[in-house]
Design a protein around this ligand. Structure first.
Ligand code: FUB
Ligand code: ZN
Length: 653
C-alpha cells in the first residue's frame, strides 16, 4: 500500500504561478518577509517583540533564535532565551526559503541559508540530539518533559525545512542533520523494552515523518510516524506519570496539572471523535493521521479524521476559517461557541486547517475540503500578515472595539494592529512557508482525474503534457484553460460562492459532464476551455445554534469574506443591514490597499446616536435609523490603516 502514485501532489517546480494576486504575495514573501524575518531572528534590527497574550512571564523584547544556536554551537557564550521551541522559528524560516528558492533562485539567499545550516549542524550534539533549549538549559530533562518540551515538534519542523531546502538546492546538509536527529529519536522512542512509549505534547513530527518517507521512500520514517500516532493516548496517564517521575527523581520541581484531553492524549487518535484542546496541535495531529492513511490505507484512522473534520467545520469554525475559540490554552471550546471578539483564531491554526483539508482531499477528492482550504487561504491565513510584509497577527478577531481591547483584560490577546513580531513567533514564518508553497494546492491528480482546485493563473507540467489556467481571478470572472498532451479528465471545482458557472470547449468537441460539485472534461485531445461564473455578493447566516451571531449577517463575494472598518465607517457598531442591502451592493475599486482590491458599498442603515449620558431607555420600541452607506473591504486586509473598529457580523434590521 506504500507510495500510491495515483494520488499525486505536484511539486512546486511543476506548477508555475503567474497569478497577479498570489504572485504578488509570493513576491512580498521573497522580497520583504524573508529578509525581514532573518533580521529579526538574528536580532539585527530594532523591533517591538510583543507577548502574544497578557502574561508578564512570557518572553518578549527579542527573538534570540539564531543566537541560541550560536551558544549551543559554542561560538559565543550566553543563555538560551525564548520559548522551548524557539529553534522552530529558524526551521520554518528555512523551509519558507526552500520553497521560495524553488520559485526563484537567489544565490545570496542560498549562501545565507548555507551559513545557517552550518551553524545548526555545529549546534547538533554528537549523538544527533538537537534542541538548543534543552542542550543549554536542562540536558538532564531531554525527552523527559514531553508534555511541554516540543523537542519532537522542533524535529518535525527541521525535517520539513530539510526537505524543502534539499528540493530547492540539491544540498543535503540539512537533511543529513535531520536524519541524524531522527536516528536519535528512533533510539529513544518505540514499543521495544526500555524505550519511551509516548509522543510529543505538540504534534508535528508525525506529519513531517510521513513527508520524509514520501521524499526518501524509506519506510522506517513512516513506521515512526505510525508509532507516534498510535502511542498517543494509549496510556492517558503518560504525561502525568512523566511529571511524577521527574519530581521523584529530583529532576524538576514543576508539577503542572496535566489535562490529557487538551493534549489530545485522552484516547488514541484513531478513537478520537471531536476537535478538542489546543487548536494547532489538534490539526497538525489530524494532518499527520490523514497523511498516514493516505500512505497505508488505514480506514480507522481516516474515519477518525473525518469525525474531527466534521466537528471542526460544522460546529467550531469561524466564517473566516479561523479556529480556536479561546485564548485559554489557545484552544477549541464547545460546539457553536464562536465569540467574535474574544476568540483566538491563531494564524497557525488556519494554516493547519489548510494542511488538514488538503490531506483529506488527497484521500478522497470531495469538494468540501477544498472549499474550506480556499476559505482559510483567502481569509484566516492572509489576515495573518500586513500588506507591508513586516507586521503580523497571531490572533485574528472578527470584531474589534479598540477601547474595549485596551480596557477589558479578557481581550488582552486581541491586538488592534499587527505587531512587528512576537515572543512566541510561530505564526509569521508559518505564513511565509505556506504562501511560498501555495502552488502545491492548485492541482491534484487522483487516479485518472486531474482536479483543478483553485482558480489561480498558472501552468502545470505533468508527465505527459501541460495545462494552463489564464485568469485575473479573483478580480474577474473567467478562466481560459488550455490542455495539451494531457490524459484522463479534468475536474473543475464549482465553488459554492459562484453563480451561473459554465464551461465550454472553444476548439474541439469534448465531453463535459456537470455534477453538483464539479465539471468533468475529457482531456484526450488538446482542448481550450472557457470557464465563466459570477461572483454575487452573498449574505451569510449562521446556524441559529451559534448564539453570538443570532440575527446577524456576514457578507462574502467570491472567496473573500468582507468586513467593515471604522476607518471607512465611523460608528461602525451602529450599522444595520438586510439581505436586500447585501444583494444590491455596488462593487467598486478601492484605492488604499492592495492593487485591484474591490470594495463593496451597501446602502444600509445606521442607528441614530443617543445623547451621551443616556445608557438605557424604557420607551423606545423601534430603533431610530437613517440610511447610510456601509463600505466593506476583504477581511484579510483589515488593520492595515492604523487602529480602528472591525466588524464581520452585522445586526440584521
Ligand atoms: O507551541 C508551539 C506553537 O506556539 C503552537 O503551535 C502555537 O499555538 C503557539 O503556542
Ligand atoms: Zn502561530
Amino acid at each position: 500500500m506504500m507510495g500510491q502514485s495515483y494520488r499525486q501532489e505536484f511539486s512546486l517546480e511543476s506548477v508555475k504561478l503567474s497569478d497577479s494576486f498570489w504572485k504578488n504575495y509570493q513576491q512580498l514573501v521573497r522580497e520583504v518577509v524573508i529578509p525581514y524575518q532573518y533580521q529579526v531572528l538574528d536580532d539585527a534590527i530594532e523591533v517591538d517583540v510583543q507577548a502574544e497574550r497578557v502574561d508578564d512571564t512570557l518572553p518578549v523584547g527579542k527573538s534570540h533564535a539564531l543566537e541560541n544556536f550560536r551558544i549551543a554551537a559554542g561560538r559565543t557564550t550566553g543563555e538560551h532565551f525564548g520559548w522551548s521551541f524557539q529553534d522552530s522559528d529558524v526551521y520554518k524560516w528555512l523551509e519558507a526559503v526552500g520553497y521560495s528558492l524553488q520559485n526563484q533562485p537567489d544565490e545570496a539567499l542560498e549562501a545565507l541559508c548555507d551559513e545557517v545550516i552550518e551553524l545548526i549542524g555545529a549546534a547538533q550534539a554528537k549523538d544527533g540530539y538537537l534542541d538548543t533549549y534543552f542542550q543549554l538549559k536542562c540536558p538532564e530533562l531531554s525527552y523527559r518533559m514531553l508534555y511541554f518540551s516540543h523537542e519532537l515538534y522542533c524535529a518535525g519542523h527541521l525535517i520539513e525545512a530539510a526537505i524543502a531546502y534539499d528540493q530547492a538546492t540539491g544540498k543535503s546538509a540539512l537533511l543529513t542533520i535531520a536524519k541524524k536527529f531522527v536516528k536519535n529519536i528512533q533510539a529513544a522512542f518505540g514499543y521495544e523494552a526500555g524505550k519511551i512509549q509516548g509522543a510529543d505534547g505538540h504534534q508535528e513530527i508525525e506529519l513531517a515523518l510521513v513527508r520524509l518517507y514520501e521524499y526518501t521512500q524509506q519506510e522506517e520514517y513512516l513506521h515512526l510516524a505510525e508509532f507516534f500516532t498510535d502511542v498517543r493516548g494509549k496510556d492517558p496517564h503518560f504525561y502525568s506519570n512523566e511529571v511524577k517521575r521527574n519530581l521523584e527523581e529530583g529532576l524538576s520541581e514543576e508539577n503542572p496539572t496535566i489535562d490529557a484531553a487538551y493534549l489530545q492524549a485522552n484516547a488514541q487518535p484513531k478513537n478520537q471523535t471531536i476537535a478538542q484542546g489546543h487548536a494547532v496541535r489538534m490539526l497538525y495531529m489530524a494532518t499527520g493521521m490523514a497523511k498516514i492513511a493516505n500512505q497505508t490505507g488505514d480506514a480507522g484512522l481516516l474515519a477518525a479524521c473525518e469525525r474531527i473534520w466534521q466537528d471542526v467545520t460544522k460546529r467550531k469554525m469561524y466564517i473566516t476559517a479561523g479556529v480556536g475559540s479561546t485564548v485559554h490554552g489557545e484552544a477549541f471550546t464547545g460546539a457553536y461557541d464562536l465569540p467574535n471578539d474574544t476568540m483566538y483564531c491563531e494564524t497557525c491554526a488556519s494554516i493547519a486547517l489548510v494542511y488538514f483539508a488538503y490531506e483529506l482531499f488527497k484521500n478522497e477528492p470531495k469538494r468540501e475540503y477544498i472549499e474550506v482550504l480556499e476559505r482559510a487561504l483567502y481569509n484566516g491565513v492572509l489576515s495573518g500578515a500586513s500588506i507591508d510584509g513586516k507586521h503580523f497577527f497571531y490572533v485574528n478577531p472578527l470584531e474589534v472595539q479598540p477601547d474595549s481591547c485596551r480596557n477589558n483584560p479578557g481581550k488582552g490577546h486581541v491586538k488592534t494592529t499587527r505587531p512587528d513580531w512576537f515572543g512566541c513567533a510561530c505564526c509569521p514564518p508559518n505564513f511565509a512557508r505556506l504562501i511560498s508553497s501555495l502552488q502545491k494546492y492548485v492541482y491534484t491528480q487522483q487516479e485518472e482525474t486531474l482536479y483543478l482546485n483553485l482558480f489561480v493563473e498558472s501552468q502545470l507540467t505533468s508527465e505527459t503534457g501541460t495545462l494552463t489556467q489564464q485568469t485575473d481571478f479573483p478580480y474577474e470572472n473567467q478562466l481560459t484553460i488550455e490542455a495539451t498532451g494531457m490524459t484522463g479528465r479534468l475536474a473543475i471545482r464549482k465553488p459554492s460562492w459562484a453563480a451561473v458557472m459554465t464551461v465550454a470547449s472553444v476548439n474541439a468537441e469534448t465531453e463535459i459532464e456537470e455534477t453538483a460539485d464539479y465539471f468533468f472534461v475529457q482531456l484526450e485531445k488538446a482542448v481550450t476551455l472557457q470557464v465563466s461564473f459570477e461572483q454575487p455578493v452573498l449574505a451569510i447566516r449562521s446556524n441559529p445554534k451559534v448564539w453570538t451571531n443570532s440575527r446577524k449577517l456576514a457578507i462574502q463575494r467570491g472567496p473573500f469574506v468582507y468586513c467593515g472598518e471604522g476607518h471607512d465607517n465611523p460608528e461602525l457598531f451602529s450599522y444595520r443591514l438586510t439581505t436586500k442591502d447585501i444583494s444590491e451592493a455596488k462593487v467598486r475599486s478601492h484605492s488604499e490597499l492592495l492593487p485591484q482590491t474591490l470594495q463593496l458599498d451597501l446602502v444600509a442603515s445606521k442607528v441614530v446616536q443617543w445623547k451621551d449620558e443616556e445608557l438605557y431607555r424604557f420607551t423606545e420600541t423601534e430603533e431610530v435609523k437613517e440610511a447610510a452607506i456601509l463600505k466593506l473591504i476583504p477581511y484579510h486586509l483589515w488593520g492595515n490603516r492604523g487602529e480602528n473598529e472591525l466588524r464581520v457580523w452585522f445586526p440584521e434590521g
